[in-house]
Design a protein around this ligand. Structure first.
Ligand SMILES: [Zn+2]
Length: 449
């Protein structure tokens, strides 16, 4: 106890030095506490002590538990209202502050508690990471053939249009052949139509021949369009097709087709290897843009009503000691019959790529609450006797500490769930300077010797 008391004196000295150094804003009077041994043993609020040591602090009713008006009506041993007594007011948690130390330029600032929308309610769910289906493609081979090259391995990041596989397909060879044949037919039909037109103009050919030549030309044009379309469907780019038209050497009749990434993403799996046979329509690999992933979480039946309209609400996904921001997309309309849970789907930002499909994660979902709460700066709240309190304005220069119950912290503010009203002015900053005023005397109570 002696050690503790010494510590508090030391703190008081620091406070006095601080106040004096800052220009003596505090009225000196209120810093003058009675020496501890003069502390009244007969304060009105002290319940009868047990005979003997006279050190029974447990029996003393804290000012935090006494009604303010009762304390305000009390007289001290000096025969004056206790709050007016420079020596005794600390016993009722009261300080007297000169107006000069308050305000923007003072050491101590005051203000009203702020009203805020009640802190969002948090729901905790557990879930599993999955691909975002809207950002995932399963790349299949458009043709059957031999895989001659493989350009990527699982885990690789690819851009849209990057080559994935090269396949040598007889179908492609054949389609190229058909295309070249159609080109030749078109060329002939074009010449024929031109010649018939010329002869008709010279009245050598009949009109019916011209019409026939034009019909064949139209047919050849349709055929070429169909051939081009078939080549594109088989996986050739328009550039590849044009290269055939231009008659670029070996490109013309080989059966090679390059399968390209239809979108940017990460190669998730791809078991097809060089030398294997690819089948038309069979998946070669999965490509997913993992910058956003889905988390599928189980929602209990009882929670459904709360989350029902929660689409778009913010969520935080936690895994591997990291946090990821997300959003509730949707909650499934039906419950699983076995687990009695429904699936909630979250879109989660995974720009760093740390979340992998299949990983188990914890989800914190925030739902706005309906009511308002009072918040005060954290620095306004002090602790004593295992209780938390703030200094509230009583009247004139008098401020009195009152117990408050705390809710959640929000940045530098903390919710006050009970103890003060929105209209009650409090010390918002600098209250720590006053704490020792109401504590120092207490520490001395009955323990001076
Ligand atoms: Zn007194």
């Amino acid at each position: 106890m002696i050690q503790k008391k010494t510590m508090f004196f030391a703190i008081s000295i620091v406070v006095i030095a601080t106040l004096a150094g800052a220009g003596g804003f505090l009225a000196a009077e209120h810093l003058q506490h009675p020496p501890a041994h003069e502390k009244s043993q007969n304060a009105a609020h002290t319940v009868p002590e047990q005979e003997g040591d006279g050190h029974d602090h447990e029996a003393e009713v804290s000012d935090l538990d006494r009604p303010v008006e009762e304390m305000w009506a009390a007289f001290c041993e000096h025969g004056i209202p206790q709050h007016q007594c420079d020596e005794c007011r600390y016993e009722i948690g009261t300080v007297k502050l000169a107006p000069s130390i308050l305000g923007d330029n003072g050491l101590v600032r005051t203000g009203l508690p702020e009203k805020r929308q009640e802190r969002q309610q948090e729901h905790r769910l557990s879930g599993e990471v999955q691909f975002d289906d809207t950002r995932t493609v399963r790349v299949a081979s458009p043709v059957s053939g031999l895989i001659t090259r493989r350009f990527v391995t699982p885990g690789a990041q690819v851009a849209a249009g990057s080559p994935l596989f090269e396949i040598d397909s007889p179908e492609v060879t054949e389609a190229k052949g058909s295309y070249l044949k159609a080109k030749a037919t078109l060329s002939l039909a074009t010449q024929s139509a031109a010649r018939e037109s010329r002869l008709f103009a010279q009245k050598i050919a009949a009109e019916v021949d011209v019409q026939e030549a034009r019909a064949k030309l139209a047919e050849a044009e349709a055929e070429i369009a169909a051939s081009r379309g078939r080549l594109v469907r088989l996986g050739l780019s328009k550039t590849d097709v044009d290269a055939i038209s231009a008659g670029n050497g070996s490109a013309v009749l080989n059966g090679l087709v390059v399968i390209r990434a239809p979108r940017k993403g990460t190669v998730i799996e791809g078991n097809a290897a060089s030398g294997e046979q690819a089948e038309a329509g069979k998946e070669l690999l999965t490509l997913s843009d993992l910058e956003t992933v889905w988390v599928m979480a189980d929602v209990k039946e009882a929670e459904l009503a709360v989350l029902g309209n929660g689409s778009g609400k913010d969520a935080v996904v936690e895994a591997m000691e990291h946090s990821f921001t997300g959003r509730l997309d949707a909650v499934a309309g039906r419950l699983s019959e076995t687990t009695r849970t429904a699936k909630a789907r979250f879109s989660v930002n995974n720009a760093d790529g740390l979340l992998k499909p299949g990983m188990f994660v914890s989800v914190r979902l925030f739902m706005p609450a309906k009511g308002e709460v009072l918040v005060v700066p954290k620095v306004a709240v002090l602790a004593d006797e295992g209780r938390t309190f703030v200094f509230t304005h009583k009247e004139g220069d008098y401020w009195i500490r009152r117990p408050v119950s705390l809710g959640a912290s929000i940045d530098s503010m903390v919710e006050i769930t009970s103890g003060i009203t929105a209209e009650q002015r409090i010390i918002t900053d600098g209250s720590f300077l006053l704490k020792s005023d109401v504590l120092r005397g207490k520490m001395g109570a009955g323990c001076a010797d």
